[in-house]
Write a protein that binds this ligand. Structure first.
Ligand code: NAD
Ligand code: MLT
Length: 529
């Protein structure tokens, strides 16, 4: 089979490229022009970018075979994630791989700006030995204000604590416990933060809310001679406002790794001696780039092999232990979803899902998505996958209801029950995992069973009386069908019963129709899981 193809449009580590090459056909096209990328993107199954390539609808809509966009790094502000979701393209990043490097770069920018290191370096190399202009400030017993106490912000906090600094933090989206864990004092507003600190360092994502969040008004409220650092994203500190504040002396120094427009070769901020700048080097260490490259390569390979990808941005986030625990349930949910259109021809309008038992304590969104994928994938022409299944279901007007109960109503510890409702009727099925942790159907419309949802299964309705099951099994044998296992279930003695028969091979429809003429068989259908 031909290898899947990936294009890497920006520089990633050799280790990452080698890992990609071990499984995929790789085109490493660092710096490829926009026009050329647009022209060739339809030849690839995956695209790997850093922060420069703009991944938007113009590009994604041309990537007819594209299944994966990998961001070798953290911020995904150069990727239109909603568009990727709509086109069923998985977007993944490497959020933890460069965190330490970005935190260390923040400290480096802070120290070199408050001690005028870069300016002194240039002056001395220019042949002037002069110490007067470069007198700096100690960090000892100063107060720093961290905006955004996520992965990097929290690492910056713990590192600055070791300088004996007081650390205040503003982050409206985290628990109080997190402020305590990193030895920070919580403040409730940005205004309150800037009024009380000697240094402001920002560590939020760049989005509508955070773009220009530190503007003229906020800088005005800050202490005179405040120091600022931005090693997150250009624009979180408004550049125009920063220029004015540096000119007026309100801001005494700045350390900047990122800019509103990148690549930045000309910027008014470059004119100030007390501003230290680096060209977006936060993640540029050997260690981080090795981790980032290998991590994104692993995820690209997983995505193209149809495996679950750990850091998907357009899917719910889960810890790897939780994902390991839920994986077999994800398979179960998807197979339960596949049931519907194999026995019904009327569009489903409503899906009611109940998660019962300990499983309900987990992040169950992935299970719901898997179920919807199972329902829709067999009947949709458009690509349906984990990324867009919920969106596709909602666009088709399917109403989705979920509930959780701590105790399972049946003898199975964990149970997933789904009710699929269409304009005429309902189908209710329940499933769990077998001892071997494989998918098991335990109920179908009130009939109790224990049937493996694996391979080919004949679902038959029969009269509940003697000399029906045996002759039907014999008739199957006569046409060369081997029965792997068989379950019979009834609700009321003497009425309709059902059989779920796991068979080893496919049974052609005409053959099954013929065999189903067997006495007492009402109907039979071959299902595939
Ligand atoms: P993260 O998601 O772990 O943390 C971001 C934090 O910001 C979260 O705790 C969130 O609650 C908080 N936040 C969001 N909106 C906020 C708001 N309006 N006010 C206050 N807090 C808010 O992200 P991270 O991994 O720590 O990355 C932080 C930033 O650093 C991102 O912008 C990322 O792109 C950037 N980054 C830059 C480099 C570099 O090379 N310079 C490297 C890695 C990451
Ligand atoms: C990131 O978001 O990870 C950084 O911007 C680093 C990078 O892409 O080099």
């Amino acid at each position: 089979m031909a290898k899947k193809r990936v294009i890497v449009s920006e520089r990633i580590s050799e280790e990452g490229l080698n890992l990609l090459r071990s499984e995929l056909e790789v085109d490493f096209r660092d710096g490829i022009s926009r026009q050329e990328l647009l022209e060739v993107i339809d030849q690839y199954d995956a695209l790997i970018v850093r922060s420069v390539t703009k991944v938007n609808e113009e590009l994604i809509s041309r990537g007819k075979n594209l299944r994966f966009v990998g961001r070798a790094g953290n911020g995904v502000d150069n990727i239109d994630v909603d568009v990727c979701t709509r086109y069923g393209v998985v977007v993944a990043n490497t959020p933890d791989s460069n965190t330490i490097s970005a935190a260390e770069q923040t400290i480096s920018l802070l120290l070199s700006s408050v001690r005028n290191t870069a300016w002194a370096n240039t002056t001395l190399k220019g042949g002037t030995w002069d110490r007067k202009p470069f007198r700096g400030m100690e960090l000892f017993e100063k107060t720093v204000g961290i905006v955004g106490l996520g992965r990097i912000g929290s690492m910056v906090a713990t590192r600055l604590k070791s300088f004996n600094m007081k650390v205040l933090a503003y982050d409206p989206y985290i628990s109080d416990e997190r402020f305590e864990r990193f030895g920070t004092e919580k403040v409730n507003s940005l205004e309150e933060l800037v009024k009380n600190v000697d240094i402001i360092t920002v560590h939020t994502p760049r989005n509508e809310e955070t773009m220009h969040m530190i503007d003229e008004k906020i800088l005005d409220m800050a202490k005179d001679g405040v120091r600022v650092v931005n090693c997150a994203r250009g624009g979180i500190i408004k550049e125009e406002a920063l220029v004015q504040a540096l000119e007026s002396g309100k801001v005494a120094s700045a350390g900047l790794d990122v800019f509103e427009k990148e690549p930045a070769t000309q910027n008014p901020l470059f004119e100030f001696n007390n501003v230290v700048v680096t060209p977006h080097l936060g993640a540029d260490t050997y260690e981080a780039q090795k981790r980032v490259g290998e991590n994104i390569a692993e995820q690209a390979i997983k995505a193209l092999n149809g495996d679950i990808v750990p850091n998907v941005v357009n899917l719910p986030t889960m810890l790897s232990e939780e994902l390991d625990y839920l994986k077999p349930y994800i398979t179960l949910a998807e197979k339960m979803g596949k049931f519907y259109y194999q026995i019904e021809k009327t569009p489903v309008n409503r899906v009611e899902i109940t998660y019962s038992g300990p499983i309900s304590k987990n992040e169950t969104e992935m299970l719901t998505i898997a179920l919807l994928k199972g329902i829709l994938e067999p009947v949709m022409w458009e690509k349906v996958n984990f990324v867009n299944a919920r969106l596709m279901a909602e666009e088709r007007g399917i109403k989705i209801f979920e509930q959780k109960e701590e105790q399972s109503p049946k003898r199975y510890k964990n149970l997933i029950t789904i009710k699929l409702v269409n304009s005429n009727q309902e189908l209710e099925i329940a499933g769990t995992l077998s001892r071997a942790r494989s998918p098991l159907l335990v109920e179908i419309n009130g009939y109790e069973t224990e049937s493996a949802l694996e391979g080919y299964v004949i679902l038959a309705e029969n009269e509940d009386r003697p000399r029906v099951i045996g002759p039907f099994a014999t008739a199957l044998g006569d046409v060369g069908v081997n029965i792997a296992s068989m379950r019979v279930a009834r609700q009321t003695k003497g009425e309709t019963a059902i059989m779920l028969i796991n068979v080893d091979n496919k049974v052609e429809e005409e053959v099954l129709d013929k065999v189903s003429k067997s006495d007492g068989i009402k109907r039979a259908k071959l299902l595939k899981f």
